[in-house]
Design a protein around this ligand. Structure first.
Ligand SMILES: [Zn+2]
Length: 103
């Protein structure tokens, strides 16, 4: 004798199926976002944000800064400005200039 599901059972399984579809969509969307982040990082890694040419890495004290050979732009990673300021002599014009930029 076939068992006929109750209305509550049908509702429960429909909601469960819907929840599983949404979780699958979330995972697919998250994978797409991560793939796009990775693609953009590969595309822009060590390229000048101003002109798009390759960046060379040069040392300023103990800090490695990125310098564009094409437009002479100089790029700092997070905390590199603080490291340069800590290593620079107090009262030097370069330090004063960098302090203005760091604000
Ligand atoms: Zn450049």
């Amino acid at each position: 004798m076939p068992v006929i599901p109750s209305e509550n059972e049908e509702k429960y399984f429909k909601e469960l199926e819907l929840r599983m579809r949404l979780e699958k969509l979330d995972k697919e969307q998250q994978a797409t976002v991560e793939a796009e982040k990775h693609r953009l990082k590969e595309l822009h890694w060590l390229h000048c944000p101003k002109c798009g040419q390759s960046l060379d890495q040069e040392h300023y004290g103990t800090v490695e800064v990125d310098v564009c050979a094409s437009c002479n732009g100089l790029w700092l990673d997070a905390n590199e400005l603080d490291a340069i300021l800590e290593g620079d002599k107090a009262g030097s014009p370069f330090r004063s200039f960098l302090k203005i930029l760091g604000k």
